[in-house]
Design a protein around this ligand. Structure first.
Ligand code: ATP
Ligand code: MG
Length: 331
């Protein structure tokens, strides 16, 4: 499928007490039209930063320092500002923020917040907006009228997450970005939210990005998978293929650490070591080398590029592309 969103050479800098440092480095990713892409990696790997970049919404003094983000029918989002940018947020790109369970205004009903949203986007037909919100709510298995009359505290975590999706899509965004949609939910609500994301994705014909640290979520919902570490995309490809034949040692370690995929808590091993932050990520060579079971001399000197090694499969690694089973001994 043609790409709905194409990210090229994206670098995002944040200000730290050691100067400006990259949270995302030269990242490239395509979101093909009509697909669900999972973006995974441990805490601090740069997932939210990449996702926020798609809306050109990096909080200052952070900034996109290079790269382009082409959105179908919109152009390069990194070039937009002011009114044009606000228009794109909501009307082209719908975003459900990390911890969005708590991002509703506790003092206003959902309906009131919907009105605020409509006004901010100069919507003339407010009745049409309400109708659309109810329709989306119905599609997601909620009583639309009741939801609009509710305050945040009257809604469960799973309901709040669904309301976040309604508000993200109510202006008819074609691209849906969900940052950790299931993280704060219990297992049953997690499964329900994933079902709903799948359903609304299909019914609305969306292109969807799901950011998560949970490989289980990816295995249940994603068509494609991109794995991030230290601000780099280290592997990507069709989700099932990557999960069955991971080709980057970090992907193998992540899968090995996930009980839900190995189906066996006994074999689920925690990933040794800790992920780097902006100040500790290696600036030369491979970002993963300090935790990598396959590290070689070259890994300390030369950064591996994200290269195609099999059809529709890319990885950034100097080691031979063996694809040993993720659940086997030794990641
Ligand atoms: P998590 O799973 O915890 O949500 P993440 O993969 O979404 O992690 P990001 O939130 O993108 O990671 O953060 C990437 C890196 O940038 C981290 O080291 C984080 O501490 C740092 N960072 C994030 N936001 C800022 C900011 N506004 N200013 C400075 N550093 C930041
Ligand atoms: Mg995040």
């Amino acid at each position: 499928a043609a790409a709905e969103v194409s990210v090229r050479d994206l670098t995002v800098l944040y200000r730290t007490d050691q100067g400006e440092l990259p949270a995302v480095s030269n990242a490239g990713i395509d979101l093909p039209s009509g697909t669900i892409t999972g973006l995974v990696g441990e805490s601090g790997s740069g997932k939210s930063t990449l996702a926020l970049s798609l809306m050109n919404a990096i909080p200052t003094p952070g900034r996109i320092s290079s790269g382009s983000i082409q959105v179908n029918g919109v152009g390069d989002v990194t070039k937009l500002e002011g009114r044009a940018l606000r228009r794109v947020r909501g009307r082209a790109l719908g975003y459900v923020f990390q911890a969005s369970q708590n991002s509703l205004n506790p003092l206003k009903t959902v309906g009131k917040q919907l009105m605020d949203l409509g006004r901010a986007h100069d919507v003339q037909d407010m009745r049409g907006l309400v109708r659309r919100a109810k329709e989306l709510a119905d599609e997601m298995g909620m009583d639309g009228a009741r939801v609009l009359d509710s305050y945040q505290h009257e809604l469960s975590g799973g309901m709040r997450q669904r309301v976040g999706i309604v508000l993200a899509l109510v202006l008819n965004a074609r691209v849906l970005i969900l940052d950790e949609p299931t993280t704060a939910l219990d297992m049953l609500s997690q499964a329900a939210v994933l079902d709903i994301v799948r359903k609304v994705h299909r019914q609305e014909g969306l292109t969807t990005l799901v950011v998560t640290h949970d490989m289980g979520v990816v295995s249940e919902i994603a068509d494609r998978l991109a794995v991030m570490y230290g601000g780099r995309i280290v592997e990507d490809g069709p989700a099932m293929d990557v999960l069955q034949r991971p080709a980057h040692p970090y992907t193998r370690a992540l899968i090995g650490a996930t009980a839900r995929i190995t189906g066996d808590t006994e074999t689920a091993r925690a990933l040794p070591g800790r992920p780097p932050d902006l100040t500790t990520v290696p600036r030369v060579g491979c970002v993963f080398r300090e935790r990598c079971p396959l590290a070689m001399d070259v890994c300390a000197e030369t950064e591996p590029q994200l290269l195609t090694w099999a059809p529709d499969r890319r990885r950034a690694c100097h080691a031979e592309p063996t694809t040993t089973a993720a659940t086997g001994e030794g990641a």
